[in-house]
Design a protein around this ligand. Structure first.
Ligand code: MD3
Ligand code: FE
Length: 225
């Protein structure tokens, strides 16, 4: 496979022509990285993302502790995730526009559903899609996702743009973390016993992506209610 920083050699002329199944890394008992799973849908995902962002632009929210997040957020679907001085919550209204969040695009729904199914979670119908934007230097501190009503459904994440080093911890904040590099088009599913593991994103390194420029965009699909 052609990887970053390599150039084709004559050896490739003799490579097996049969299409390879996409690579999958298992990072926990019920957590899987599906490398490049979003790439066949990219020409539908990017225009759909643009349409969502026109109605619900990225904004840097403030945490209950008073810090402005380095990661900018938007949402689509029935519920969006917000934070302010009063706390974190899922809400059907975007506080910035006073309107409902944009509908979840069909192609987003299809991708989330098929990724969840590949990880063993059939019939996943997310009602919330958080959209995170990282510019170089932006990071996400170690946290758990526990604002959802139940944890029987997985979280599905889609990485686009410049790479990130994802941190995957345990059930206690002090547990050791493994580093998982995530690239454009990678899709990760976290469910079952891994659903409440601590996780975060290391500060994003400066880089340029041909389609998205100097940014990383991550979708997380959830069942909030
Ligand atoms: C592991 N986002 O939005 S997605 C988040 O790359 C968030 O933007 C990161 O953490 C990002 O809350 C990581 C991966 C992710 C999402 C939910 C999880 C990993 C998870 C829930 C449980 C365990
Ligand atoms: Fe999270």
């Amino acid at each position: 496979m052609q990887r970053k920083g390599t150039t084709p050699t004559t050896l490739d002329l003799f490579a097996d022509e049969a299409p390879q199944p996409p690579a999958t890394d298992r990072i926990g008992p019920q957590s899987f990285v599906f490398r490049g799973l979003a790439l066949p849908l990219i020409d539908r995902l990017l225009p759909a993302l643009e349409a969502v962002l026109t109605r619900a632009p990225f904004r840097n929210m403030v945490t209950p502790g008073g810090y402005t997040m380095s990661v900018a957020l938007s949402s689509c679907g029935q519920f969006g995730w917000t934070t302010d001085r009063n706390g974190y919550q899922y809400s059907t209204i975007d506080p910035q526009t006073g309107q409902a969040w944009p509908e979840m695009p069909q192609v987003f729904m299809e991708l989330a559903r098929s990724a969840a199914e590949a990880a063993g979670f059939a019939d996943f119908v997310p009602d919330a899609c958080l959209i995170n934007r990282y510019v170089p230097g932006a990071k996400l501190a170690l946290h758990q996702d526990k604002d959802e009503r139940g944890y029987q459904w997985p979280v599905v994440s889609v990485s686009l743009g410049i790479p990130a080093m994802f941190l995957f911890g345990g059930h206690a904040r002090s547990d050791a973390t493994q580093k998982v590099p995530l690239f454009h088009g990678d899709v990760v599913v976290w469910g079952g016993e891994d659903r409440l593991r601590y996780h975060g994103v290391m500060p994003i390194r400066q880089a340029e992506h041909p389609q998205l420029g100097e940014q990383r965009i991550n979708f997380t699909f959830r069942k909030a209610r």
